[in-house]
Design a protein around this ligand. Structure first.
Ligand SMILES: [Zn+2]
Length: 137
């Protein structure tokens, strides 16, 4: 399974080996070259999505990708959402490794130029789900 990262995709689940989303034609990419999104976990009402992913460099260890990809640009609501998103990532980083709390692995911004697709966009962070199943807040 390879999940499409287009935040607007209505049917993001694709079979293994697919290069493009069968629903919206967005390229199916590995984030940071080794995180493969495999399942959509939640949809945050127009602000982004959360995905279950595998780290293919670590024997497919499970992790979580959180994506902030708001539909609106430049509004106060967007600034607030971005702030909260960064804050949450920062908090995970400060808490460090704890069996009950996801560990922050990466925080980065993905834009169209990386994937040759303007559909694939947004700020993302990746955390592990070790010891806590899939723990998403
Ligand atoms: Zn798609």
């Amino acid at each position: 399974m390879h999940c499409c990262l287009n935040p607007d995709c209505q049917n993001p689940h694709n079979p293994d080996g697919a290069k493009f989303c069968q629903n919206c034609r967005t390229p199916l990419v590995l984030l940071r070259t080794h995180y493969r999104p495999i399942q959509l976990l939640s949809n945050e009402g127009g602000f982004g999505r959360t995905y279950l992913a595998e780290d293919i460099d670590k024997l497919n260890e499970r992790c979580v990708i959180k994506q902030l990809a708001p539909k609106t640009q430049g509004t106060a609501a967007l600034r607030k959402a971005t702030e909260l998103f960064e804050q949450e990532a920062r908090r995970l980083q400060q808490l460090g490794e704890h069996p009950q709390i996801p560990t922050l692995y990466a925080y980065f911004e993905q834009d169209g130029s990386i994937s040759c697709s303007s559909l694939l966009r947004g700020r993302l962070w990746i955390s592990c789900s070790r010891g806590c199943g899939v723990r998403v807040r």
